[in-house]
Design a protein around this ligand. Structure first.
Ligand code: FAD
Ligand code: AMP
Length: 476
């Protein structure tokens, strides 16, 4: 009955046909659409938001990094300039302007994708897509069908949304997810962050720098699950020095609000009081309302769409990439998958080198990694050699006044092939690019150690860590 209502042809314009329809215009979907257009496919992109760029550009990577940058400058202006002989006087925070700048950054970048679509000839549909058959979709706006689409190939790139926690309901004000925490109108005096993953730590850091007293509540006995244990332990010490408080092994069971005060209950522990609560307990696939069943697309018990190595789902002609298929929920991983999937459709070739996908936490100092953690290598029984180099022995780190942290290089014990690099330190997110390239090209630690690195740069610490694999580091 419901279907008949939606398919009332009087309400639907004629069926639009394309070679490829991409559902979702996040970094996975929009990059895939651009590549498909480059390869000559008549490509359409559907997204429910007016602004293109998905979670990453609207409420993820970009606005969070804009606020991390602004809050870091604020903290530097207040605390780090004096040793340089700079007196900044009475430094004031204008939160409204800081948030407005973040919004402008988002606006410019999302607008840029619109321009790229026009340049590449990608057709854009605004609205929510819903499958009616494997390669047929209806696009709805305000609950009304506005377009009916059909294609030779459909790529699902619908991303993810914040996970919720039973007993901790976002209330549109005091209790929110990362989306709300990017736009709070005032600095909370006390902030409780639930979850010590990268999103909780990045946004917790932003508000701490702006003046909040931040307590991070984490169910596990460590922060940053998935990060190398040694690096996470060192990072925790630094974050504690900066003023973040951690309550580990603390499972949040509920949160309530009374007169603008939040009370967070912990299993077997003393409750925590705060002005605001940030729920940062992970992300879940965003597939509700898509009617995957109508297309015959299967998903696993956690809701992630199941795909094979060519990103084919269980339905002929339907593919999926990015956050909605699981794995590391990262923008660049989504992009790589989008490109590989499209190239495979158009040329028969295309793959993602999952061993060389870097990840970065944009705290200060940054944390970056590529390849397995030391714990994972031990679990897998891989014999490896390790080289470590501290930033306190790097000249450039000294000139920056940022000597905290280290680089750790892990190489195969027999072949010396580079397996992983873990960094805690200044601009770790930039240094890791060299390590990712080295791993992608199958380099050895000796290759890294014999590559000339400019002096004085932070990247010399990577060379030294590679030398340390063979106990040949020069500056420690
Ligand atoms: P998304 O970006 O989620 O895009 C999917 C799009 O599809 C969305 O616009 C959605 O509204 C739309 N959509 C969903 N269903 C439908 C439908 N039925 N019809 C039409 N449209 C639909 N990653 C990093 O790599 N680096 C970072 O620094 C980083 N920081 C982050 C900070 C925060 C606060 C958050 C929340 C995330 C961050 N991420 C970061 C993760 C990153 O945002 C995601 O990994 C990335 O956006 C995934 O891209 P995607 O294309 O798979 O999906
Ligand atoms: P990530 O999945 O990396 O975003 O991290 C989410 C973090 O939230 C993980 O470290 C989880 O252990 C943590 N977490 C999940 N549920 C709870 C809970 N009920 N109380 C405290 N921490 C939680």
């Amino acid at each position: 009955m419901r279907d008949r209502q939606i398919y009332d042809l009087a309400r639907i314009p004629t069926m639009q046909r394309h070679d490829l329809i991409v559902i979702g215009a996040g970094p996975g979907g929009y990059v895939a659409a651009l590549r498909a257009a480059q390869l000559g496919l008549d490509t359409a992109s559907v997204d429910e938001h007016d602004r293109l760029g998905g979670t990453c550009l609207r409420v993820g990577c970009i606005p969070s990094k804009a606020l991390l940058e602004s809050s870091h400058l604020y903290e530097q202006a207040r605390r780090s300039l004096q040793p340089h002989g700079i007196e900044a006087g009475d430094v004031q925070l204008d939160l409204g302007r800081m948030l407005a700048r973040k919004d402008r950054v988002v606006e410019q970048l999302t607008g840029g994708i619109d321009g790229l679509y026009r340049k590449h000839g990608v057709t854009r549909y605004r609205g929510r897509a819903r499958f009616t058959a494997p390669r047929k979709l209806v696009v709805e706006r305000d609950g009304r069908a506005v377009e009916e689409l059909e294609a030779g190939h459909v790529l699902v790139a619908t991303g993810s949304r914040p996970a919720t926690l039973k007993g901790v309901e976002p209330d549109g004000d005091r209790i929110g997810t990362s989306t709300e925490a990017l736009a709070w109108p005032e600095v909370p005096r006390m902030l409780a962050v639930i979850g010590a993953g990268y999103i909780g730590l990045e946004l917790g850091t932003v508000w701490r720098r702006l003046g909040a007293e931040v307590t991070v509540l984490e169910y596990l006995d460590r922060i940053l699950p998935g990060t190398d244990g040694e690096i996470a332990r060192e990072a925790r010490k630094l974050f504690e020095k900066q003023g973040l408080k951690f309550r580990l092994e603390s499972r949040v069971t509920s949160a309530s609000v009374r007169k603008n005060r939040c009370r967070i209950e912990l299993e077997g522990g003393e409750a925590v009081e705060a002005d605001r609560v940030l729920i940062a307990v992970g992300r879940v696939p965003h597939t509700e309302g898509l009617d995957l069943g109508a297309a015959g697309v299967e998903h696993n018990e956690r809701g992630f769409i199941e795909v094979d190595e060519a990103f084919r789902t269980s339905a002929e002609g339907v593919y999926a990439i990015g956050d909605c298929i699981g794995g590391p929920l990262l923008a660049h991983k989504a992009e790589e998958e989008g490109i590989a999937c499209i190239e495979r459709i158009a040329t028969g070739w295309g793959h993602v080198d999952y061993a060389a996908i870097p990840s970065v936490v944009y705290t200060h100092p940054e944390i970056a990694a590529v390849g397995p953690t030391e714990e994972e290598l031990k679990e897998r029984g891989v014999a490896y050699r390790k080289g470590r180099f501290p930033f306190r022995a790097n000249g450039r780190a000294f000139t920056l006044g940022e000597t905290d942290g280290l680089i750790k290089v892990l190489a195969d014990k027999t072949t010396d092939r580079l397996l992983a690099v873990h960094i805690l330190g200044p601009r770790a997110g930039d240094i890791i690019a060299e390590a990712a390239a080295a791993i992608a090209y199958g380099a050895s630690s000796e290759d890294l150690a014999r590559t000339c690195h400019a002096h004085p740069t932070l990247s010399e610490a990577l060379k030294e860590a590679a030398l340390a694999v063979d106990e040949r580091a020069l500056h420690v």
